[in-house]
Design a protein around this ligand. Structure first.
Ligand SMILES: Cc1cc2nc3c(=O)[nH]c(=O)nc-3n(C[C@H](O)[C@H](O)[C@H](O)COP(=O)(O)OP(=O)(O)OC[C@H]3O[C@@H](n4cnc5c(N)ncnc54)[C@H](O)[C@@H]3O)c2cc1C
Length: 255
């Protein structure tokens, strides 16, 4: 019987099926007592509540589970081995975000090509060209990093921790690119919406979406830890609750 709540579930309001990580043994360390299942999103006791975002869209949801039953035939992997199963799904997720996420660079380049500043075309401005050049280098690094990941997949390899690099770099890059585009728009940058804003509000929409990219699939800080520990082989972060049974981790009075 499953009870609980999960926030930020992307696309749950469209989904027929979901995957769910449940805590099946609270008396062992937090990574150990987890089991993964897939479930029919129409199962009795599953309630999906869409979240309204700053952009006005609703892409994510809060999902509530009340006395939900999932047959054992829908278990993914062994009982209490859900953490290992979820590492596979997480590395696939990070690879797909990192390989697929827009950087905003082609849009910024086009925008600068058509924009007139007080002293002439933006594309001829030295400060603008310097910014464009450094983002061009980053965008091409990302492109080849994602091609390397796709080549590895085509050889039958599984996505590894190095796929955190694309998500980390692209997530902050699109935020910086969108901020710069709005700076170039001056006061007009404060307008949003496809009718009022410059370039149909493309950069405003990018800026509102970007923080989500830096959190979904693991935050920037977690990506940095993964890259440091599992790609570069640096010493591990201090994890004070790593071996503490889940039900003994202090919760400041919360159940
Ligand atoms: C747009 C969006 C879509 C999402 N879609 C889904 C989805 O479809 N399915 C799903 O299951 N989840 C989804 N999520 C949830 C997402 O995966 C989590 O929000 C994310 O992994 C961060 O976990 P958390 O919210 O528990 O943050 P926490 O782990 O509570 O982190 C809070 C803060 O503490 C920092 N922090 C935590 N641990 C460390 C550490 N060891 N060192 C340094 N800093 C640390 C984090 O970086 C963060 O700033 C989505 C989230 C967003 C924003």
């Amino acid at each position: 019987m499953i009870n609980g709540q999960k926030i930020w579930t992307s696309g749950a309001h469209y989904s027929d099926y979901g995957i769910l990580l449940t805590r099946t043994d609270p008396t062992v360390a937090k990574h150990k007592g987890l089991t993964m299942f897939f479930l029919d999103m129409k199962s009795p006791g599953v309630e999906v509540r869409p979240i309204k975002q700053a952009s006005g869209a609703s892409d994510f949801n809060e999902v509530y589970f009340t006395d939900v039953r999932i047959p054992d035939s829908q278990r993914l992997g062994n009982v209490n081995d859900g953490w290992n199963v979820s590492l596979t799904t997480l590395m696939n997720e990070r690879m797909s975000i990192g390989a697929g996420v827009a950087t905003g660079f082609p849009e910024l380049f086009d925008f600068c090509n058509s924009l007139m500043l007080e002293d002439g075309p933006a594309i001829e401005n030295r400060a603008v060209r310097s910014k464009l050049a450094s983002w061009a280098v980053k965008a091409s690094g990302l492109k080849y990093t994602s091609m390397r990941a796709i080549s590895a997949l085509s050889r039958g390899e599984r996505p590894g921790p190095e796929n955190s690099i694309g998500k980390l770099v692209a997530g902050s890059m699109i935020q910086d690119v969108a901020t710069y585009a709005l700076d170039l728009q001056g006061a007009a940058g404060a307008l949003s919406g496809p009718e009022d804003a410059e370039v149909a509000g493309k950069f405003q929409a990018m800026l509102l979406r970007a923080p989500g990219t830096r959190v979904e699939g693991g935050t920037d800080e977690i990506m940095r830890n993964i890259i440091a520990e599992r790609v570069l082989g640096l010493p591990g972060d201090i994890r004070v609750d790593k071996d503490v049974p889940f039900n003994k981790i202090p919760t400041k009075g919360r159940a």
